[in-house]
Design a protein around this ligand. Structure first.
Ligand SMILES: [Zn+2]
Length: 343
């Protein structure tokens, strides 16, 4: 067998910004593996089911647990221990940042999709890579067999900080379409009971798949960042098992939908850092989903004080050190699951 298929991740990290060289191999069980580029592996079963599944990791290179999960699933596919009945595209998005052990090399890749890689004058390798990844996703979805298909994309991450709600997913803006109950149940089976609804378009990878390909797509935060080999994989077992079931079973049945098992939040405020003189009014290590009450001071930006506007306003992704104009803090409030338009 080709060396590349034996150790796809090692090869990917050795060709970190891409090595477009299509390689193909058909396994004894009839599954065809095609490498399109470093970190880009298409898995095609001989008689594919109706789902086209994209599993991506390492959009942030130091988020190791999702990389380990994808690596293990890929290895088990190659050794024929893992059955695959649906077309699946694995994407290891930013190998150079894996090598550095950092979130990114020059620029946060999860702000570069839906064409943002080509906006403005800036040019760097992450922008080039994001543009290529968009093309691979397009090629994958647009070369599917005829007939009614279900397009899925789970972009797997881990968070930098502790979280009061350890696993959560971001549901990209749906442009008014109802939220999907089965997808909420799928996330719950992955151990993700908390979902944050985006209320506007973004330049994230998951929104790209929603908006351009009508996929069910999510940014999935599976826990806290740790170095390679230091992840407690038992904490990720539900997600890994559910992803393995997804690619190997015709359809997944999660029983009846129970609204009270899902904790849904929507955005309250996005606080962008507009001044050099910017500080958050809480400790650096405060956990995601820490709750504040109306009138609590959240941040000071130059001369302006920024307060919580609701009781039970939870903070997410605080980062006082972002570049000027970028988001330093997001706040969210809980909404009853029953109040959503669900399909
Ligand atoms: Zn991430």
């Amino acid at each position: 067998m080709n060396k590349a298929f034996e150790d796809f991740l090692a090869w990917t990290c050795a060709n970190e910004w891409g090595s477009e060289e299509t390689q193909k191999k058909t396994l004894n069980n009839g599954v065809t593996l095609s490498i399109w580029d470093s970190g880009v592996l298409e898995v095609s079963p001989p008689k594919p089911g109706k789902k086209d599944i994209v599993l991506s990791c390492a959009v942030h290179g130091n988020e190791t647990a999702p990389i380990e999960i994808c690596r293990d699933i890929i290895n088990d596919i190659i050794t024929e221990k893992q059955t695959v009945i649906h077309r699946t595209l694995f994407l290891i998005a930013n190998p150079a940042s894996i090598n550095k052990g950092e979130r990114f090399v020059e620029e946060n890749m999860n702000r570069l999709f839906s064409g943002a890689h080509s906006n403005g004058k800036a040019h760097n390798k992450e922008r080039e890579r994001a543009a290529k990844i968009e093309q691979y996703v397009k090629r994958f979805y647009e070369t599917s067999p005829e007939g009614e298909r279900e397009r899925l994309h789970y972009d797997l991450h881990t968070a930098i900080r502790d979280s009061k709600r350890e696993k959560f997913a971001v549901y990209p803006f749906t442009h008014g379409k109802p939220y999907n109950k089965h997808q909420l149940q799928f996330l719950l089976a992955c151990g993700v009971d908390t979902v944050l609804l985006n209320q506007a378009p973004t330049t994230t990878f998951s929104y790209f798949s929603v908006n351009e390909f009508n996929a069910h797509a999510f940014t999935v935060e599976l826990g806290k960042v740790r170095p390679f080999g230091e992840n407690d994989r038992s904490k990720f077992a539900a997600a890994e098992q559910t992803l393995r079931r997804l690619i190997s079973e015709d359809s997944l049945d999660f029983g009846s939908f129970e609204p009270n098992k899902h904790f849904i939040f929507k955005e309250a405020q996005t606080i962008n850092r507009m001044n050099e003189d910017f500080e958050l009014n809480f400790a650096d290590d405060v956990a995601n989903f820490t709750s504040f009450d109306k009138g609590d001071l959240l941040a000071r930006d130059g001369d302006e004080n920024l307060y919580a506007q609701h009781d039970g306003e939870h903070i997410i992704f605080p980062n006082a050190k972002v570049a000027l104009g970028q988001r330093a803090l997001l706040t969210v409030v809980r909404v009853p699951t029953e109040s959503l338009e669900l399909e």
